[in-house]
Write a protein that binds this ligand. Structure first.
Ligand code: ADP
Ligand code: MG
Length: 299
């Protein structure tokens, strides 16, 4: 595994920003760190990139610990912080040459031209950063993060504040980069994870509440039915029906029933109703979006 986080906690005062976070990430993964504001996403990214230490726990990147091989880790990571702080008064080339210098790269001019090309900055390459649209500023942020050709790219909310066209372009740029590098990006938008990521790590109040390949996220859908009977129902009996996980009684005859995963309880319910001299007037299955799952997990 390329990145291993073990029981990472970060405490500010008495408040846990992260609590016992563990995961490992391998080559070829594009990981979406998904969570609402204040979940701990930025804190986790700052720990992996060695900007702040955890209160306890450890992270290793290609076998190097954040506690003793900071320089080696930074060589392997490109980082785009939240808010993308840039020197607005600098020209794009000036800025990128400066960053390349910080990394002590050889052939700085050549490398800067390459990265301008890769990140699609060419049409705007002669401008000052302050003159650029938000979408192009994000490209400069990506160029800055990619200039030393790191194996891992860490992007903190890279699409926040972009208009729909810029959003599509930056996402496709990230997918392109993700073909050859590990990418970890944070977002509070479920669709972003679906659009870009191979895996979702959902984080809430500093803890991981789900960690799944993106294509398996739908298996977390709750099976929810709205059911109305023709007569009062004995709740304790209904609870015992095979497959019923949770019951919410709206009235003596109306219920919201959560069923176990992968079971369609409609037939069972009909049979049960008949056996108990009841008739089902309506039964309706909820179609839950992935967004709803995310909201359920993080409320
Ligand atoms: P996210 O990026 O998911 O919005 P953060 O990692 O920025 O969340 O913050 C997680 C929690 O830690 C929040 O409650 C935040 O207020 C708190 N926090 C983050 N940084 C600091 C800090 N330097 N001092 C005190 N509290 C902090
Ligand atoms: Mg953040």
């Amino acid at each position: 595994m390329s990145i291993i986080a073990e029981n990472v906690s970060k405490v500010y005062g008495t408040q846990y920003a992260l609590k016992n976070v563990s995961f490992s990430i391998g080559e070829g993964e594009i990981v979406g760190l998904l969570g609402p504001n204040g979940a701990g996403k930025s804190t986790l990214m700052k720990i992996i990139t060695c900007f702040i230490p955890p209160t306890s726990g450890n992270v290793t990147v290609y076998g190097n610990s954040i506690f003793d091989n900071t320089l080696e880790i930074r060589r392997n990571i490109g980082y785009l912080p939240e808010q993308n702080p840039l020197y607005t008064d600098m020209y794009i080339r000036e800025f990128l040459r400066f960053i390349a210098g910080v990394h002590k790269l050889d052939n700085i001019n050549k490398r800067v031209e390459e990265i301008i090309e890769t990140t699609g900055l060419t049409p705007e390459a002669n401008k000052k950063i302050g003159q650029l649209s938000k979408g192009y500023r994000q490209r400069v942020g990506l160029a800055q993060a990619l200039i030393h050709d790191p194996k891992i790219l860490i992007l903190d909310e890279p699409t926040t504040g972009l208009d729909p066209n810029q959003l599509t372009e930056i996402r496709s740029l990230i997918r392109e980069v993700g073909k050859t590098k590990i990418v970890i990006l944070s977002t509070h938008i479920m669709q972003e994870v679906e659009a870009v990521c191979s895996r979702a790590i959902i984080i809430n109040h500093g803890q991981i509440v789900a960690d799944k390949p993106t294509e398996q996220l739908h298996t977390m859908r709750i099976n929810r039915y709205h059911v109305e009977f023709d007569n009062d129902v004995q709740v304790s009996k209904l609870k015992q029906v095979q497959g019923v996980k949770q019951l919410n009684q709206l009235s003596p005859t109306k219920f919201v029933i959560d069923a176990n995963e992968n079971t369609d309880i409609r037939k069972t319910l009909f049979d049960w109703a008949v056996a108990n001299n009841l008739a089902i007037l309506t039964i309706q299955k909820d179609e839950q979006s992935l967004e709803t799952i995310f909201q359920e997990l993080t409320k």
